[in-house]
Design a protein around this ligand. Structure first.
Ligand SMILES: [Zn+2]
Length: 297
């Protein structure tokens, strides 16, 4: 049975048709309408209704949607998404049920991603954390094979917790100094490298400079980013009492030595000395879109 799944991102939206093997049967991509949520959801409904017309063996009431937080995911209500400020107070569930026969369900994007990851490792582990490091930083948690989403679906907003106490960078979103997102994300790497070299430096270029070792200040900066990421991960191992972390997001796909360095740091500093810590880098493409298949299952 095919399901219609929707990944609303800050810049792009993808509406896709997913099967039980996590294959994308068809998908349509368009620019997220940042100013008009009504037009945005009209476009989603237009594509979804066309799928129902065009495809057989489709579950014609399912519409599983990943939305950028914070939202009240139990109600489909946008609360205060930093990149979609025009959506504040927009109730997607009310709009969709008024204009279609779909019964929509909503999750945040990391919750959708961890559902896809779990399909691939469920024979190995049923308690683990998914940590994504890309433009931003997010996490999700599966416990005993079930996702833990928090009271209103906003579990794991780790990006705006403080990791560096002596940082001099104030976060424009949470107004704290040294929050995770501004210290270890891809945008943080780019920002810090640009400050050092006094020109615009992309995340990719900064990482390449680290690998090549041709600039000491950039190398030191990225070493600190990796160290802070190790510290974040040992916090997760300890707080959640888990031994398995899956890393996702573009930065973890880079040549930076996340997997081995996090394992060795946790082995050296975790209080339970004889534990084996597992860190795996995700190999799934589009894990948000495909993971939506398993929402509500
Ligand atoms: Zn912040």
């Amino acid at each position: 049975m095919l399901k219609i799944c929707v990944d609303i991102g800050g810049t792009k939206t993808i509406v896709g048709l997913i099967n039980e093997d996590l294959k994308i049967i068809d998908s349509k991509k368009f620019e997220t309408n940042k100013v008009d949520p009504t037009a945005q959801f009209n476009e989603i409904l237009k594509i979804a209704k066309q799928y129902v017309t065009d495809f057989k063996s489709i579950d014609d009431t399912v519409l599983n949607i990943a939305m950028p937080g914070p939202c009240d995911y139990t109600k489909g209500l946008f609360l205060n998404p930093p990149n979609l400020q025009a959506y504040n107070g927009f109730n997607a569930e009310a709009y969709i049920t008024e204009h279609s026969d779909f019964k929509p369900q909503f999750v945040n994007d990391t919750d959708a991603a961890i559902l896809a990851e779990y399909q691939y490792i469920e024979d190995v582990v049923e308690d683990f954390i998914y940590l994504t490091i890309s433009t931003g930083v997010g996490m999700a948690y599966v416990r005993k094979g079930k996702i833990v989403s928090g009271v209103d679906g906003n579990f794991g907003e780790i990006g705006h917790t403080v990791i560096k106490s002596n940082s001099d960078y104030k976060c424009p979103v949470c107004q704290q100094y040294g929050c995770v997102e501004n210290e270890i994300s891809g945008s943080a790497i780019s920002r810090k490298a640009s400050e050092i070299l006094n020109r615009v430096v992309s995340t990719r270029e900064a990482i390449q400079m680290y690998i090549d070792g041709d600039n000491k200040a950039v190398k030191d900066m990225i070493e600190e980013v990796i160290k802070l990421t190790q510290q974040l991960c040992i916090n997760l191992f300890s707080v959640f009492n888990i031994y398995y972390i899956v890393l996702g997001g573009g930065v973890t796909q880079s040549p930076l030595p996340y997997k081995e360095s996090i394992k060795s740091y946790a082995t050296a500093h975790h209080l339970i000395h004889n534990s084996s810590f597992n860190v795996e880098v995700s190999h799934l493409e589009a894990n948000v879109l495909t993971g939506l298949y398993f929402v509500g299952k």
